[in-house]
Design a protein around this ligand. Sequence first.
Ligand code: MN
Length: 194
Amino acid sequence: MAFELPALPYARDALAPHISAETIDFHYGKHHQTYVDKLNAAVEGKPEADASLEELIKTSSGGVFNNAAQIWNHTFYWNSLSPNGGGAPSGALAEAIDRDLGGLEACKKALADAVGTHFGSGWAWLVLDNGKLKVESLHDAGNPMTSGQTPLLTIDAWEHAFYIDYRNAKPKYCEAVLEHLINWSFAEANFANA
Ligand code: MN
């Protein structure tokens, strides 16, 4: 059973003007698709072809890890965004953000710093680590599950995530995501299921 590109959870133009349909065409339609194609080519005829992405992320290295993690990370990223995003989390997640990260503004600043100050390609993550919320900045195809952490939200800090819409202004991309697109409901559900 070959790996497949999951459906986008909204229309291609649903995140505009903050993330354009053109960015989605390249980022989802070409980059995300290419990770799927490369993983399928790498595992064809091998036992890894029957593994889950989560298993490959936790047990593989090199090209198989990079492509499996990039498939998983991008699917998680599309779900970390919403046309009705922004605003504030509620309930248990909001309480944990106050307790562990010093409140929502501090949490958003930590995520913005994790994207904005990241040198090279990588991902910013809100994670649960031994019952405590943390913000992590991971390089390349990095995924918190390899450290035993539970991912709650992610923001793509690769240049291909913002260059069409924001050119070199990575902080503006991150600000737009945090103000208008970030899907706290998704993080609340991940936190509740952790
Ligand atoms: Mn990306």
